[in-house]
Design a protein around this ligand. Structure first.
Ligand code: ADP
Length: 163
């Protein structure tokens, strides 16, 4: 059976930390679907379409087993539709752990199919990197080139001008 994994998140915007997890996942599984989440209760900087586009732009040399998609509602329903059985999550500092554990255990209870959550530890250089941090630096005219792909820096600056 093909091992299809889903890496879901807001990606608002995608950072080098996310890209690292994506690249490593594509080496582990037959297929990886990066699933951009649209949660009606959350306020995003970038629209769903923009976030999806930024993901595609930021991943410079996508491998053949990578797909970018988006979803609303429950991840487990999206996974069933896609035939995916593995959830990939990135784990940074201890602060991620409690939320991630809650998510993984809850997904197991509500999933209509058998799923497994796999945690990849963030690389050292990305341990404290988050989309919020990138936005905070950008708003204050700081240099974000260490944290996001150069392909999307322009889009982030343009978004700042719209604000
Ligand atoms: P969410 O809204 O689900 O938190 P994010 O886009 O912030 O969406 O994160 C998606 C996934 O990527 C989560 O599993 C998160 O822990 C992981 N992640 C975020 N930043 C990093 C990073 N710097 N290194 C590794 N994993 C990360």
């Amino acid at each position: 059976m093909e091992k299809i994994a889903v890496y879901a998140g807001s990606f608002d915007p995608i950072t080098k930390g996310h890209i690292d997890i994506i690249k490593r996942s594509t080496k582990l599984f037959d297929k990886v679907i990066v699933a951009v989440l649209n949660n009606g209760n959350k306020k995003y900087w970038f629209s769903l379409e923009e976030r999806k586009e930024l993901v595609k732009k930021a991943i410079k040399e996508p491998t053949g087993n990578l797909e970018v998609d988006s979803f609303e509602g429950l991840l487990v329903n999206f996974m069933e539709k896609k035939g995916a059985t593995i959830v990939v999550r990135g784990l940074r500092a201890v602060s991620d752990y409690e939320y991630e554990l809650q998510l993984a255990l809850t997904n197991n209870v509500i999933a209509p199919i058998e799923i497994e959550t796999v945690f990849l530890t963030a690389s050292r250089e990305n341990l404290y990197l988050s989309s919020s941090l990138v936005k905070e630096i950008a708003v204050n005219n700081g240099d974000i080139s260490e944290f996001v792909s150069e392909e999307i820096i322009e889009a982030i600056k343009n978004k700042l001008n719209d604000k």
